[in-house]
Design a protein around this ligand. Structure first.
Ligand code: ZN
Length: 395
């Protein structure tokens, strides 16, 4: 639907009201214009999330309403063009229906969301179900376009089996940044990981189950933040960064998998992440400028769910890699503050396929036979991860 007389200003959320019914709570957001939205529920703790095109929040009084099951509300920018509202719920609730009511008579445009109490066991089946059709990866850029008539909801697409998850593969380093230099003559990390990434892409595409994008498919430099941004802009369902670094102890060998943590799981890992995070300095990029990307407190909410999914995926990889004949480091799944893993809303892992500092491992990574084993392991882990994700969506 197009509103030709709509002034081209940002959406305004004017008020939030609750209506308590016997079988549901009705949440009404009074807005100055109709707009596309998406809404879903999360657990641990229970929350209702409402995403809208970037809005100004003019809600004067908000009072928690225990009877309605609503403890608090927060809102703010989520990403360019998109704002998020989060309602903290006091119990497990699901969305019964959500729709926009265009202005009529005295009443202005409203977004109506009906939520109802459900059992904790029942909750699973509603998790991940999206109501509404706002495409947060492609938000409208002015008010006149903020409400469309798309009838098919994204939820249906996501739940249906024909949805192909988007995997973003991120071969580390590139261009002016060679990464580690192998003990094997002339072998560079940037080349090894690109080969691994390209074969992984081919294997995933061939399976017919995924869409795949690569942060780089040639020998170019990309900043760490640029890699994260690429994955977010693409709307990735999973982010896999591939490396083969060097570490101090030349005897250490074996593949390992890392997920994000402020605190590294051990000294060796901390050193690895510290060195990895310097990639941008190598190319002369001033991180202090780039770092000013808006990091909103709301992002923490998404991060908690993402973190759990990342850990789950890393665990799967740690289990399946050896089954494909890939030698792994003990405590294969480790934690560290790799900058490239910081997308708050995309499950992300960094895979060290092996260490270039170990002569034997560098030699093996230089062979197609061994790289194929690594690729099979990664593919198997990705399959296992999405098997679980899709199972959760069906349950
Ligand atoms: Zn690296």
């Amino acid at each position: 639907m197009f509103f030709p007389f709509m002034p081209a200003h940002a959406l305004e959320v004017k008020d939030v009201r609750f209506g308590i019914h016997e079988d549901k709570t009705r949440i009404v957001l009074d807005m100055d214009q109709a707009a596309d939205f998406q809404s879903f529920v999360l657990s641990d703790p229970y929350r209702l999330v409402v995403d809208l095109p970037r809005f100004t929040w003019s809600v004067k009084n908000f009072t928690a309403n225990d009877e309605a099951g609503i403890l608090a509300v927060r809102q703010g920018a989520l990403k360019p063009g998109v704002s998020r509202i989060v309602f903290d719920l006091s119990r497990s609730m699901s969305i019964r229906s959500a729709f926009v009511l265009p202005a009529k008579g005295q009443k202005g445009d409203r977004l109506v969301i009906d939520i109802a109490r459900i059992g904790v066991d029942e909750f699973k089946q509603f998790k991940g179900q999206i109501h509404g059709n706002l495409d947060i990866n492609n938000p409208p850029n002015n008010a006149g376009q903020s409400y469309s008539n798309k009838s098919k909801s994204k939820a249906n697409a996501a739940v249906k089996n024909d949805y192909k998850p988007l995997v973003v593969i991120d071969p580390g380093h590139g261009g002016v940044d060679p990464g580690a230099v192998g003990k094997e003559a002339g072998l560079l990390e940037k080349d090894v990981v690109l080969k691994l990434a390209l074969s992984l892409r081919d294997a995933l595409v061939k399976s017919g189950r995924y869409r795949v994008k690569m942060t780089r498919s040639t020998d170019v430099f990309i900043s760490l933040r640029g890699r994260v941004k690429f994955a977010r802009d693409a709307g990735a369902d999973l982010f896999v960064s591939i490396h083969a670094d060097s570490i101090g102890n030349k005897k250490v060998r074996g593949a390992s998998v890392y997920t994000l943590s402020e605190k590294a799981s051990d000294k060796q890992t901390a050193a690895l992440a510290a060195r990895e995070n310097k990639a941008d300095l190598i190319a002369g990029i001033d991180l202090s400028v780039e770092d000013q990307d808006v990091v909103n407190i709301l992002v923490d909410l998404a991060r908690r769910d993402t973190m759990n999914q990342s850990k789950f995926f890393a665990g799967k990889l740690a289990t399946v890699l050896p089954k494909e004949g890939v030698r792994t480091l003990e405590h294969t799944h480790r934690y560290a503050g790799f900058a490239v893993l910081k997308a708050p809303d995309i499950p992300s892992v960094l895979v060290e396929a092996g260490f270039m500092s170990n002569k034997n491992e560098a030699r093996m990574l230089n062979t197609e036979t061994y790289r194929n084993k690594v690729v099979s392991g990664l593919k198997r882990g990705i399959n296992a991860y999405f098997d679980q994700v899709q199972k959760n969506q069906r349950e």
